[in-house]
Design a protein around this ligand. Structure first.
Ligand code: FES
Length: 605
């Protein structure tokens, strides 16, 4: 039996029947499975475009609308395939590479790349010069105490045997990392990796010129085993093999990226000599295959915080086997290396006045810079803005509604890459709630009004007709066409309230800890791909960002990726990262009475 996965065109053959989610995993195709195959999240929805299927299961009947059933949609986790089929995975439609354009090294940054490539002509051995190959290479390099790993002795001897004995040595401090025949000075690469809970980004740098030459972003392949950090930690506890399994998944994902980079830019991946990695504390533990269990229970203590230097070959990362893979330090159980990287990229320690910075993701991380003092916290915003617990939520990929506007008495939607609407992503969600608040369709407590009450408000018939009764209360129809309906439910609005309240309460708690008021804020830095695409006015309207004036709300792009890139290219930045991880004061919100009060207040719109 053959299953073809579109739009990638990947296919796999199986004997006997197989669960579609399992088949996809075996075929290396990612399907969003936020509830882990429990049949409750509805995220593994796929469209069967060819083939005969069995009856709908009970969970499918619950999760799918009539239109979806007619359109061939099924839950991958509940579908057992027995015959050849072709499946369309909606989330993979043009996976938005939105982080690509968002990494820019700051103007103040000065690179100081420690790894150098040096092309030299090595003297031939003779009866008059019986010095060893290593000694003659060291002399040509002018490094008297050159350290050569035993693993490299073979390639030293092999390259010196070439006709002209002209070689390029790759050296860090006094250590030889590689020796290559001929002049390969220009093939000098490094990788900066940013592991998000949902999305991972790889940035390829030419370490000869300091330029970024390629970027790849993908869904974190671990997300099939838990949408957020807690469920992923839970997965590691289910079996002793799962921790290593998750580590292998992320390494395999990076190896696929590296393969793409090398084909697209025609170079040998062995010419990648240095790697810097960031991610939250859980991602860091999973990358190092260190048990993250303690991060999921009080007092949320990580196993380690310091930066970790790994040998690429130990991780089985397909770069030069002697390349160093440096994972930046963490600050606390839920404030990780990605935030340290963000602090480096935004230079928060040296900014004058009061700076509030927020990275909105599954966890909302906030930090406050006050004349050189830095406080930080992490708030459990939940995956609402990533679309995970929203009825028609999805990631920022082609076809996701990213803008919702009120025009000429009705609602208009805009989608990513102008694709046919298939769901709503975080920025669309914020707009939708903001617009409905503005119109009075959602009240200050987050309650959605009925169609009758909408008419009473004097709103247009078109708008009122969009208010429908859904299974869990009122819902607002954002889009309806070609058998596809995208709604915003009362439950979705509640999820947005919880998420925005958590982030705002985190910000207010840090301000209070420093004895500061909102009016004293000089700037609010919005980090992360998501932050870059939200409409700031809408975000202020729903209370996700503070109302400090539009000019003080500044997008800083993928600050975590930028910080990782800076660490890749500067030893000084790595040292600063280690210092920051000790220096920054972490505020644990679960133990903060201020946070609890602020959170309750911030629930209202
Ligand atoms: S419903 Fe299938 S993974 Fe959640």
């Amino acid at each position: 039996m053959k299953i073809i996965f579109q739009p990638d065109g990947k296919s796999a053959t199986f004997t006997g029947s197989i669960n579609l989610l399992e088949a996809a995993s075996k075929a290396g195709v990612l399907i969003n499975a936020a509830c882990h195959g429990g049949g409750t999240c509805g995220k593994c929805k796929v469209q069967i475009i060819e083939g005969n299927l069995p009856e709908l299961s009970q969970s499918e009947k619950k999760a799918l609308t009539l239109d979806e059933v007619e359109g061939g949609f099924r839950l991958a986790c509940k579908l057992v395939v027995e015959n050849d089929i072709t499946v369309l995975i909606p989330d993979l439609l043009g996976e938005g590479d939105r982080k690509k354009a968002l990494t820019k090294l700051p103007d103040h940054f000065k690179q100081d790349i420690q790894i150098r490539k040096q092309y030299v002509k090595v003297k031939r051995a003779s009866m008059k010069n019986q010095k060893s190959d290593v000694k003659r290479l060291a002399e040509a390099l002018n490094i008297s105490d050159l350290v050569v790993e035993p693993k490299l002795l073979y390639s030293v001897s092999k390259s010196l045997k070439s006709k002209k004995a002209e070689v390029t040595a790759v050296v860090k401090d006094h250590c030889l990392i590689a020796v290559e025949p001929g002049n390969t000075e220009e093939h000098h690469f490094g990788l900066a990796l940013d592991i998000g809970t949902t999305t991972v980004v790889g940035m390829l740098y030419n370490l000869h010129t300091g330029e970024m030459i390629d970027v790849e972003s993908r869904t974190n392949p671990q997300s099939n085993f838990g949408a957020d950090v807690i469920s992923r930690i839970q997965f590691t506890r289910e079996s002793s093999e799962n921790l290593e399994f998750l580590q292998k998944r992320i390494i395999q994902c990076f190896n696929e990226m590296i393969q793409k980079f090398s084909v697209r830019n025609t170079f040998d991946p062995n010419c990648i000599y240095d790697v810097a990695v960031v991610g939250n504390t859980t991602m860091s533990h999973l990358f190092e295959a260190v048990d993250p269990e303690s991060l999921a229970k009080t007092p949320f203590v990580p196993v380690y915080c310091q930066g970790v230097n790994n040998l690429a070959s130990d991780l089985e990362l397909s770069v030069n086997p002697l390349a160093n893979v440096y994972f930046l330090p963490n600050i606390a159980g839920h404030v990780g290396a990605d935030i340290v990287a963000g602090m480096l990229a935004t230079n928060v320690k040296n900014l004058p006045g009061v700076t509030l910075a927020v990275d909105i993701g599954t966890n909302g991380e906030v930090y406050l810079g006050n004349e050189g003092n830095i406080l930080t916290c992490s708030t459990a915003a939940g995956p609402a803005f990533e679309g995970a617990c929203i009825r028609h939520g999805m990631r920022a990929a082609k076809g996701a509604i990213e803008r919702v506007l009120y025009q000429r008495g009705d609602i208009m939607v805009q989608t990513i890459e102008n694709g046919d609407p298939v769901g709503i992503c975080g920025s669309g969600l914020i707009d939708a709630v903001a617009v409905l608040l503005e119109l009075g369709i959602i009240d200050k407590n987050g309650k959605m009004i009925s169609a009758e009450a909408c008419l009473d408000l004097g709103l247009s018939q078109e708008l009122c007709d969009r208010l429908i009764q859904a299974d869990d209360g009122m819902a607002f129809e954002l889009y309806q066409n070609n058998g596809r309906t995208i709604i915003l439910t009362q439950g979705d609005v509640r999820e947005v309230q919880l998420a925005k309240a958590a982030i705002m309460a985190g910000m207010l708690t840090l301000l209070k800890e420093e004895g500061l008021k909102m009016t004293q804020i000089d700037r609010v830095l919005i980090a992360g791909a998501f932050g870059n695409y939200i409409d700031k006015k809408s975000a202020v309207k729903i209370g996700l960002l503070p109302d400090v004036g539009m000019t003080k709300l500044i997008n800083v792009g993928n600050a975590a990726g930028t910080g990782a890139s800076m660490a890749l290219m500067s030893e000084k930045v790595r040292n600063e990262a280690e210092l920051l991880s000790h220096f920054v004061k972490h505020v644990e919100l679960s133990a903060s009475p201020i946070f609890n009060d602020e959170y309750m207040n911030a629930m209202r719109f």
